[in-house]
Every structure is written in C-alpha cells, then in structure tokens.
Design a protein around this ligand. Structure first.
Ligand code: HEC
Length: 164
C-alpha cells in the first residue's frame, strides 16, 4: 500500500472508501454516500421502544388518565396523515380515545425523528396489539413534512378530524 493511500485512509477514516479505491469495485463517491438498505430500512428505523414506549407503554395500552392507548386507537388506525401529523408536530388539548377523554400534551418529534423513523415507528404501531392498518411509507411522511413545514404549534383533536 502506498504511503499516500495509507494517509488517505487515515484522513478519511473510512475503510469502505479505501476498499472501493483499492478494489475499484465501485466509484469512490458512491462508497461515500449513505448506505441504501431498502429492505432493512424499515425495522431499523423503528423508534417505538426508544421514543414512544415510555408513555404509550410496550403493550400499547398507555396509562389510564395520563397517556392514551395506541392499541385500538381510532386516531392511529385511520388515515395515515393523522398519526404522521401528531408525531411531527405534537398534540394538545382534549382528545377522546376509545371513549375516554385525555387532556394532556404530546411534544413534537419533527426535530429528532427522520422520515424513515416516523414511517417505521408508525408502521410498527399500526400493526401491533391487534392493530391492522396499512403501513406508513417514507414518501407519505416526507410529503407531510413539506405540507406542514410552516406550522409551529401542536395540533388540536378538532384540527386533526378535519385533516385530509
Ligand atoms: C412524553 C409522553 C409521550 C410520548 C413520548 C409520546 N406520546 Fe403520543 N401522546 C401522549 C399524550 C399525553 C397524548 C394525548 C395528548 C392530549 O391529550 O392532547 C398522546 C397522543 C398520541 C396519539 C393520538 C391519540 C391516540 O392514543 O392514538 C398518537 C397516535 C400518539 N400519541 C402516538 C405517539 C407515537 C407514535 C409516539 C412515538 C413517536 C408518541 N406518541 C410519543 C404522550 C406521549
């Protein structure tokens, strides 16, 4: 290995680039791009346990009087735009979930969750605990992020009902 190449590897700190460089198996710029794992992206980005579980619980039942359930929730299971909107911007004021009224607040996650994260986490929640709703695609989340880009406040349940 030439001195220059060793220096290059040390500077970039990226073995993948070096391998591509040496082996000429792929262009260097492609090796530097983020990896594309189309099939693996969804489960890997599921942040339910990390982000949502502390409130909505591992069993999706929430906590009576404080955190509403996601298991059997009409808000989570309806049109995907509604739970996407909730996760991106948060929620405040009264909301009735499975016949019970909650009056807390949920913070926005748009700053800490990527489109992949939101899609995979909602897809997980929409297919757990007996929920049987369609997956949420990354494209839907991306479109919603653009659509609500100017919004800076959490939703109210009345606004969510009117969302299409
Ligand atoms: C710190 C606690 C907390 C965390 C973390 C949290 N939520 Fe919530 N969530 C709430 C509260 C409280 C409400 C009800 C807000 C209200 O009363 O207006 C709510 C409401 C919801 C609703 C609408 C009502 C329902 O039960 O379906 C959905 C959907 C939802 N959350 C999904 C999520 C998802 C997905 C995550 C993880 C990305 C998450 N939440 C993280 C506290 C939390």
């Amino acid at each position: 290995m030439s001195k220059l190449l060793v220096k290059f590897i040390a500077v970039t700190g990226c073995a993948a680039v070096a391998v591509a460089f040496i082996g000429r198996q792929q262009p260097v710029e492609a090796a530097g791009a983020p990896p594309v794992h189309a099939a693996a992206a969804l489960p890997m980005a599921n942040k339910y346990a990390e982000v949502c579980q502390v409130c909505h619980q591992a069993n999706g039942l929430g906590l009576e009087g404080a955190f509403p359930p996601l298991a059997g929730s009409e808000w989570l299971s309806g049109p995907a735009i509604v739970p996407i909107a909730i996760v991106l911007k948060g929620l405040q004021g009264e909301i009735v979930v499975k016949g019970k009224t909650y009056g807390g607040a949920m913070m926005a996650w748009e700053g800490t969750m990527s489109d992949d994260d939101v899609a995979a986490t909602l897809t997980y929640a929409r297919t757990q605990w007996g929920n049987r709703s369609a997956p949420v695609t990354v494209a839907l989340v991306r479109a919603a992020r653009t659509r609500f880009a100017k919004r800076t406040t959490p939703w109210t349940s009345a606004e969510l009902k009117a969302l299409k």
